[in-house]
Design a protein around this ligand. Structure first.
Ligand SMILES: Cc1cc2nc3c(=O)[nH]c(=O)nc-3n(C[C@H](O)[C@H](O)[C@H](O)COP(=O)(O)OP(=O)(O)OC[C@H]3O[C@@H](n4cnc5c(N)ncnc54)[C@H](O)[C@@H]3O)c2cc1C
Length: 578
């Protein structure tokens, strides 16, 4: 028998939350669909700028739009997150003006859904366009202007631009400058610079984020801030701490770096039978200590032996950029690294912009305009992991490693030498902490093209096995990792009550002693943790406990609000399909 509710009896939490939802966000609830409600909110919140901007309706894309799958999929750079079972966003937002981003943040906060920010879509774990919680995607690809000021030796670059676009625009203005960012031209500025991206000039000029001198960000209140208005703490955080924890970065101002008229590139390789062991052993001592003008990347890949049919080997390739001519390079390496046996005919001299194409693996003679193409040649299933090496791996240990690589058969390594400028920049200068004392960074690399969970499980399993095998040879306490080689294996947060504890697990691996300062900045600029993902910077537990009375219920409220949105959304879909 039902009893009448006494005045003091608790109201059903669902009802309470629903009423709260209706009253707090009436502008989102009253229209029939989330799309309409969101649009209304955008209209109410977007400043009108005399016709020079896109209508807010044009920036909103619902799953029922025919273009939705293409829009979502066109910037997915890891096929693991482009399957029928990958969770899809409730809406995609494609702003083209800062005011759109401001209103998008304000309206997204009212929905209670997560906001995932995407620039180039290269995140190795898809955090910019996938979430297990209901979510919206804010796609920044329209923010791709690159304004180069040769006199000031700087450029303002939109976060939706690709590195290829940045390199091209700099080259177009002056052949005297380049920029010290990554080698893959389709990578987006937004994730790359905010995550501490590096390229083949890191020993000379440091990371791309070390060259940032100003930025524009939309904060959680929907304000547009630059370096002076955001303050030095937030500015520090978005130069390597990952933008997605702090706001939506619209653009960065970067310092251009001088490049010589002629640079030299080469690739030489050896197999185990050709004494790759000695080459790799010596590389560990020389590549991090040689002239800062020289970057020698080492690639290790299991391969079939050419000498013995059916036998397996490991191929070690050294791939280099030298900021100078071939004569100087050959005579330098002749003395320093005779095991490499570099000859002048192994080298190619070219302009810096041509070297960008060479490193991007374009065919020889490809026009520089190819750098403007945002589409990669192919998209595979990927897994990447990272490590830092502080002591050389001995010859005997390398032999054991070859055996393991041959046994696993597929996982490769990229060793990137540090030293040079990387050893000179103090750890506290930016969130990226892996500076002096690191000989090189390891990337574990596996890519495959077979669909299905079986292939995925097998390839992920092999990568993890190799990672475990490497434990004795890499950094410890914490075992360090590179944020831009995002790896959810090293820890995730559910963004609930334990977020600080969970965040500390991956946080110290990515940021070491800088993690604490990142948490402090996060707590100041986004205390309610609106900007969040599986590996975002958590807020301080003290601030959660300061909100104890309502933080638990805020979390519950948020979850139920999300359920309500989902309900409205599904109802909407059913109406359309019925
Ligand atoms: C093929 C390939 C080659 C690569 N080569 C290199 C390399 O040479 N050097 C190197 O350092 N790294 C390299 N990476 C890694 C790359 O730097 C990172 O994945 C980087 O984060 C990608 O940036 P994005 O904008 O393309 O990615 P996205 O997937 O769009 O974003 C990555 C992260 O940044 C956040 N984010 C994106 N834009 C914004 C914004 N405007 N405001 C706030 N947060 C934002 C996203 O939410 C997400 O968390 C490579 C990756 C791939 C797939």
């Amino acid at each position: 028998m039902m009893t009448p509710r006494s005045p003091s009896a608790p109201v059903s939490p669902l009802l309470l939350v629903f009423l709260l939802f209706v009253s707090v966000s009436s502008s989102l609830c009253s229209p029939a669909s989330l799309h309409d409600a969101f649009l209304q909110c955008l209209l109410n919140n977007t400043q009108t700028l005399h016709g020079q901007q896109q209508e807010p309706s044009q920036m909103l894309h619902a799953p029922t739009d025919l273009s939705f799958p293409t829009l979502l999929g066109s910037l997915v750079r890891n096929r693991r997150f482009n399957t029928s079972s990958t969770p899809k966003p409730l809406l995609i937002l494609t702003p083209s003006h800062p005011s759109h981003v401001q209103s998008a943040v304000v309206c997204a906060r009212r929905t209670g859904a997560e906001l995932r920010i995407r620039s180039g879509g290269h995140d190795f774990e898809g955090t910019s366009y996938v979430s297990r919680a209901p979510f919206l995607v804010l796609d920044m690809f329209n923010f791709r202007s690159v304004d180069v000021d040769v006199e000031q030796e700087t450029a303002w670059v939109g976060t939706g631009a690709t590195l290829g676009e940045v390199y091209y625009r700099i080259w177009e203005k002056s052949g005297l400058y380049g920029f010290n960012a990554g080698v893959c031209p389709t990578v987006g500025v937004g994730g790359h610079l905010s995550g501490g991206g590096y390229g083949n000039m890191l020993r000379k000029y440091g990371l791309a984020s070390d060259s940032v001198v100003d930025a524009q960000i939309v904060d959680v209140e929907g304000r547009v801030l630059d370096r002076s208005s955001m303050g030095e703490d937030l500015f520090w955080a978005i130069r390597g701490g990952g933008g997605a924890s702090f706001g939506v970065i619209l653009s960065y101002r970067v310092r251009l770096v001088p490049v010589p008229n002629v640079v030299t590139v080469f690739r030489v390789w050896r197999t185990i039978e050709e004494n790759a062991t000695e080459l790799v052993y010596q590389w560990q001592n020389i590549a991090p200590r040689t002239d800062n003008d020289l970057f020698m990347r080492l690639l290790l890949q299991p391969a079939s032996s050419e000498r013995q049919k059916g036998a397996k080997t490991v191929n070690a390739s050294v791939l280099a950029l030298f900021l100078g001519n071939a004569d100087r390079l050959v005579s330098m390496l002749d003395g320093e690294f005779p095991e490499l046996g570099l000859r002048k005919e192994d080298c190619a001299e070219m302009s810096w912009i041509e070297s960008v194409l060479w490193w991007g693996d374009f065919d020889s003679g490809t026009a520089v305009e190819a750098l403007l193409d945002r589409m990669p040649k192919s998209v595979s299933f990927l897994k990447r992991k990272s490590d830092y090496v502080q002591e050389p791996i001995s010859r005997e240990e390398l032999e054991l490693l070859w055996d393991k690589m041959i046994e696993l058969g597929k996982v490769g390594f990229v060793f990137n030498p540090y030293g040079g400028k990387m050893g000179e920049i103090p750890v506290s200068d930016a969130p990226f902490p892996h500076r002096a004392g690191n000989l090189f960074k390891i990337q574990y690399s596996i890519s495959w093209s077979e669909d299905g969970t079986e292939a995925e499980q097998s390839n992920l399993g092999k990568t993890r096995e190799l990672y475990n095998f490497m434990t004795p040879y890499v950094s410890k306490n914490p075992r360090r990792a590179f944020l831009n080689y995002r790896d959810l294996d090293i820890g995730i947060t559910e963004n609930g009550e334990n977020s600080y504890k969970e965040g500390s697990v991956y946080g110290v691996k990515y940021f070491a002693e800088n993690f604490k300062r990142l948490v402090k900045v996060k707590t100041e600029v986004d205390p309610q943790n609106f900007f969040r993902n599986e590996q975002s910077i958590p807020v301080l537990p003290r601030s959660s406990s300061a909100m104890t009375q309502n933080s638990g219920s805020t979390e519950r409220t948020r979850k139920v609000m999300v359920l309500v949105i989902l309900f409205l959304f599904l109802k909407d879909l059913m109406t359309i399909y019925s």
